[in-house]
Design a protein around this ligand. Structure first.
Ligand SMILES: NC(=O)c1ccc[n+]([C@@H]2O[C@H](COP(=O)([O-])OP(=O)(O)OC[C@H]3O[C@@H](n4cnc5c(N)ncnc54)[C@H](O)[C@@H]3O)[C@@H](O)[C@H]2O)c1
Length: 346
């Protein structure tokens, strides 16, 4: 049986990946400190079999193993002694097939702009992780970078480009988006070194604005859906609302991630998006259309809005991996709206 590790496994992307790997019949260790993530009892849909210290084992066949801990503490132990899991928990978790590294301090604009030194802790999380993978060589390692790694001067109102993978060039650097973008860019650099100097099978992804039914309400898509379901009027928007993003549904994000891991091993980073720019005003129109009303828009000009327009060019992925997103904006947003409506009705 294949054994995978998902770090940040109780966050938005992590828990969707844990459920996907569970459906494939794999054994999965997932680690999260629950600083942001939600407890697996609320979303895993499997019965708790037993717990031992801070480890919880779920499912009839005991394939799903949750460790509540700061990943850095775990990795420091493993970097000293790869047998640490066996010794501390009696679990045979020494070598992993795939490692999906989703643990990070992320958050919406208020965290990225509001507490940049907290977000910079991502550097220490990634540094421990890369040391571990270079020493212990899993079969494959996934590093999620971000669209925030792209130079911000390519995302202004007067200069909006469809961002191509080649727009990040370590020999000719632009400035990424705050400490979050810098840490992701550093992660991509470490990924190249890990692949080229240490022979780690490594894939990097740059997701644009991933969204889904179970995303935290601090993110714009579920927050706008929830407010539309309650028929907010006037409808508040951060900034003018003309700023745009490339929204891509989590199911498509996971599909392309797994495909990319099959095809890319040299640390190359790929875009994950729809290649379509949608403004926040358009999002509001879609959701209030589902709710059946037309509100007055109330711009909140003192709120942080980030870059003006961020969207990607998916040509490389289409031509080289033969992949296109399956879930249209209309269908994906409809799913998010239905979930928000169910929550507001309960
Ligand atoms: N969601 C997106 O659209 C998107 C876009 C670009 C990049 N990414 C990247 O994908 C990854 C996952 O993003 P997400 O949206 O699921 O974020 P998230 O905040 O929902 O999940 C991150 C998880 O990591 C956990 N965590 C944080 N610090 C930890 C630590 N020290 N030890 C253990 N756990 C810790 C949090 O509790 C949380 O559950 C991140 O690296 C993010 O940068 C996501």
């Amino acid at each position: 049986m294949r054994t995978h590790l998902v770090t940040g496994g109780c966050g938005f992307v992590g828990r969707n990946m844990v459920k996907r790997l569970d459906a494939q019949g794999a054994r999965v260790l997932f680690i999260d400190d629950l600083s942001v993530g939600t407890h697996p009892d609320t979303w895993l849909g499997q019965r708790l079999r037993f717990e031992h210290k801070n480890l919880r084992i779920y499912g009839e066949d005991e394939r799903l193993i949750f460790l509540q801990a700061d990943l850095r503490d775990v990795l420091r132990e493993l970097n000293k002694d790869p047998e640490w899991f066996r010794k501390a928990y009696g679990q045979d978790l020494v070598q992993f097939d795939d490692i999906f590294h989703f643990a990070a301090i992320v958050g919406g604009r208020s965290k990225i702009d509001g507490d940049p030194m907290l977000v910079a802790q991502d550097l220490s999380i990634d540094a421990e992780m890369f040391l571990y993978v270079c020493r212990n060589k899993p079969c494959r390692f996934l590093y999620p970078s971000s669209s925030a790694a792209y130079p911000i001067d390519l995302q202004t109102e007067s200069n909006t480009l469809q961002l191509k993978e080649s727009d990040i060039d370590f020999k000719k650097m632009g400035e990424p988006d705050m400490t979050y973008g810098w840490s992701k860019l550093t992660g991509e650099f470490l990924a190249k070194i890990a692949a080229q100097h240490y022979g780690v099978h490594l894939t990097c992804i740059r997701p644009f604005s991933g969204y889904g039914e179970d995303q935290d309400l601090s993110y714009p898509v579920p927050a706008i859906a929830a407010r539309a379901a309650k028929k907010e009027n006037p409808f508040e928007v951060w900034g003018t609302g003309k700023q745009g993003r490339d929204f891509v549904h989590i199911d498509d994000v996971l599909d392309l991630t797994l495909l990319a891991m099959d095809k890319i091993s040299d640390g190359r980073a790929i875009n994950i998006g729809m290649g379509r720019l949608t403004s926040f005003l358009e999002l509001i129109e879609v959701f209030t259309g589902f709710a059946g009303y037309k509100p007055t828009i109330k711009p909140l000009l003192d709120k942080p809005v980030g870059v003006h327009s961020r969207y990607c060019d998916m040509t490389w992925v289409e031509e080289n991996l033969g992949w296109k997103a399956k879930i249209s904006i209309e269908e994906g947003m409809r799913r998010v709206y239905e979930a928000a409506k169910r929550r507001s009705d309960n």
